[in-house]
Design a protein around this ligand. Structure first.
Ligand code: NI
Length: 137
């Protein structure tokens, strides 16, 4: 981490009051930490847009009884083996499974993998949560 720098920010009073309300709801103890998080959030989004290396998690909810579904999901994951660093399978109930797939690679690849998995018939819900490798923020 670099040296700490202080700077002033001019804000409309209404906007500042809304910001203070929001950060109280989010349990921030001070404005500085909330500002830092907002800036980091934007830096991470910029990394995704530049197709930089990201880390992320794909979650899938599916009914494992659906014909061929599990095989299709496996095939896709083998095709994208290079960016999958780990996966976890949880049996939610008699029918439903939760799969969590950790990925590390370009944001474009991660998005393609998530889209391929989500579009398989029988997948009830899928999400991709992208984060940063932490190297550049
Ligand atoms: Ni299962």
């Amino acid at each position: 981490m670099g040296k700490l720098v202080r700077f002033g920010v001019s804000l409309d009073q209404d906007l500042l009051e809304k910001f203070d309300r929001l950060i109280r709801e989010k349990n921030y103890t001070n404005r500085s930490e909330a500002f830092r998080d907002l800036i980091r959030e934007d830096l991470v989004k910029a990394e995704w847009k530049k197709n930089k290396e990201i880390v992320g998690a794909i979650t899938l909810i599916y009914n494992h009884h659906k014909r061929e579904l599990v095989n299709k999901l496996m095939d896709i994951q083998h095709d994208f083996g290079g960016i999958i660093i780990s996966s976890q399978h949880i049996h939610l109930d008699h029918n439903n499974c939760l799969e969590i797939i950790a990925v590390k690679g370009s944001s474009e690849h991660a998005q393609k993998l998530a889209d391929s998995l989500k579009s398989v018939k029988g997948v009830r819900h899928g999400t991709l949560s992208m984060s940063t490798t932490g190297k550049d923020i």
